[in-house]
Ligand binder design. Structure first.
Ligand SMILES: [Cu+2]
Length: 209
């Protein structure tokens, strides 16, 4: 798609976006052809790109932007937000193997992805642990029973806790981007035996990937 767009861009004003064309009808047609939810997501991204390109085309016609910046803007969009994912984590009183836990307790995500913490059971929250997030990353703290969505833009390892059940080991690890190694200081802070044990298991999931 990127090559196609760049080809169109380098061959003059992008022309495939006809602003009078009902693109959603076309999307439904493709969805019917492929009959797949993944295709549906991809088409949604394409529709977003189409709208953006239409806007950029207008700017282009007004000679407000340069050919290269159009290509760069589209490339960034394709590489970034169009494919950012939302991951859901449940906050639970009980899972198959433990009490008071995040499920999943370990997540590997891409930069720019979002994690949504669901208040599946009552009495929990999600917040970062001091000393257990990457340098330059921002701390966050949800309130009890609050469902928060957090976007992770900084690469590295994040230790997350539920404040009321931290001592019981209600913690999770989120690895953002390609993390080669765990910082030496990651488990150096004050952790209960339970929290430390679960963190060690979560880190093993990372290293076994
Ligand atoms: Cu909790």
């Amino acid at each position: 798609m990127l090559i196609l767009m760049n080809w169109r861009i380098s061959n003059g004003v992008p022309s495939f976006v006809r602003r009078d064309y009902p693109s959603h009808t076309f999307n439904w047609y493709l969805q019917y052809l492929f009959n797949s939810p993944q295709i549906n997501h991809a088409l949604h991204a394409c529709a977003v790109l189409g709208l953006l390109e239409a806007k950029l085309t207008q700017l282009w016609e007004l000679k407000m932007i340069h050919k290269l910046s159009l290509a760069a803007a589209l490339s960034t969009l394709i590489a970034g937000s169009a494919f950012a994912e939302v991951h859901e984590v449940q906050m639970l009183n009980k899972t198959d193997d433990s009490r008071m836990a995040f499920d999943p307790a370990f997540l590997q995500i891409s930069e720019g992805d979002t994690v949504k913490f669901l208040a599946s059971d009552k009495g929990h929250n999600a917040e970062t642990i001091k000393g257990m997030i990457p340098k330059n990353a921002t701390h966050f703290a949800g309130k009890i029973n609050e469902e928060i969505e957090v976007k992770f833009d900084t690469t590295g390892i994040y230790g997350i806790k539920c404040k009321p059940h931290f001592a019981m080991g209600m913690v999770m690890t989120i690895a953002v981007g390609s993390v080669d190694e765990i910082p030496d200081t990651f488990l150096e802070g004050r952790l209960s035996k339970n929290a430390e044990k679960r963190f060690k298991a979560q880190i093993e999931s990372l290293q076994s990937q």
